[in-house]
Design a protein around this ligand. Structure first.
Ligand SMILES: [Zn+2]
Length: 210
């Protein structure tokens, strides 16, 4: 993590869900936005291995000289994220994905005409984007592909869950054998729920004995 980047969560099991989870307490009245600047967006892409260190530096440098450009990319990313959040949240409740949000996702996909090439580097093969690639495609193309991949796979769609924490709103793929995952993170919402149950039981016992 670079200095100053927020701590992002990586519990989604798919890049598109991890990106939807770049807000803390998404369901509360006071959600915690983690993409508060263009630097944070680039920081997320760096942590997601979408950009390497040099590419992050270059992306920040290029957009720092035109600050309005960084702002534009940030707004676009946040709108895209909210469309992903609404779409996958509805799907987790066995509802239809909102048509207008699918349009936003499709618009986003249409803006990324990327040519992929397999290149040989350091005796291994890598998949590289070539041609004139827009910054939005460079930053969020892999997230959009991940969304398209999940939305097009019925076996993955049936595994989309939203955390049972009342305010949380984080989304994930439930890959447990018995389809029993309820929490984004057992050390977070899971342990909070456990503590709540413990205190409730303790209070009940105390009121019974008192
Ligand atoms: Zn949670």
């Amino acid at each position: 993590m670079e200095n100053g980047d927020p701590a992002f969560g990586w519990v989604g099991g798919a890049l598109c869900l991890d990106f939807a989870n770049t807000v803390g307490n998404h369901r509360s009245r006071d959600p915690r936005e983690k993409l508060r600047s263009f630097e944070h967006l680039v920081g997320w892409c760096r942590q997601a291995n979408i950009l390497n260190k040099e590419e992050s530096k270059e992306m920040l440098h290029r957009n720092a000289t035109v600050p309005a450009q960084g702002e534009r990319l940030l707004h676009m990313a946040v709108d895209f994220r909210e469309a992903l959040f609404r779409t996958f949240s509805e799907i987790s409740q066995q509802h239809q994905a909102p048509k207008c949000d699918l349009e936003i996702i499709n618009d986003f996909l249409a803006r990324m005409p990327i040519t992929l090439q397999i290149e040989s580097r350091n005796q291994s093969l890598v998949c590289a984007m070539t041609g004139s690639v827009l910054d939005e495609a460079r930053l969020l193309g892999p997230v959009a592909w991940s969304a398209a991949e999940v939305l097009g796979a019925p076996e993955k769609l049936s595994r989309i869950r939203e955390c049972a924490g009342p305010d949380c709103g984080w989304l994930f793929l439930d890959l447990t054998k018995n389809h029993s995952r309820r929490w984004c993170d057992m050390d977070d919402c899971g342990s909070r729920a456990k503590a709540k149950r413990y205190y409730r039981r303790k209070c009940e016992k105390e009121s019974q004995s008192g």
